[in-house]
Write a protein that binds this ligand. Structure first.
Ligand code: IDP
Ligand code: MG
Length: 139
């Protein structure tokens, strides 16, 4: 299996609830190497651009409002099979449906405030990492 990268955000609920350390511990314990990381707060324009694929969905306004409501921690992670393995580690979008032991099951509040983002493909991981990080910020 090739070593590749995924992109994650610890979302505003996870940061506000004090779960940065616990979630990063689970991520590194699962074998992911953190290759870039920082704390930021998205503007409305940032969140609309990042989630543009969901612009027509009924929850888009709620999603943008939520994602701009407080600071986030964004990171680029490296591991064999990173995208798929990270989606498994975080669990289903709706924490009520997420498997036991997954990050969303343990730390998410709701389907909207669901603690973490994980890229859904290698292509989107590269696009999302480039959206959040300058080239000099990751290695
Ligand atoms: P994912 O984060 O598991 O890939 P997506 O379907 O790509 O899920 O949705 C992006 C984000 O939009 C979710 O993580 C969640 O924060 C929010 N979201 C998705 N579906 C709903 C919904 O039905 N109601 C409210 N927010 C939603
Ligand atoms: Mg998605």
């Amino acid at each position: 299996m090739a070593t590749n990268r995924t992109f994650t955000m610890l979302k505003p609920d996870a940061v506000a609830n004090g779960y940065i350390g616990a979630i990063l511990e689970k991520i590194t314990a699962a074998g992911f190497r953190i290759v870039a990381m920082k704390m930021t707060q998205l503007t409305k324009a940032d969140a609309e651009a990042f989630y543009a694929i969901h612009a027509e969905r009924p929850f888009f306004g709620e999603l943008v409002e939520y994602m701009t409501s407080g600071p986030i921690v964004s990171a680029v992670l490296e591991k064999d099979n990173a995208v798929e393995d990270f989606r498994t580690l975080i669990g289903a979008t709706n924490p009520a449906e997420a498997a036991e032991g997954t990050i969303r099951k343990m730390y998410a509040e709701s389907i909207s405030a669901n603690a973490v983002h994980g890229s859904d493909s290698d292509e989107n991981a590269a696009i999302e990492a480039a959206f959040h990080f300058a080239g000099r910020e990751h290695f």
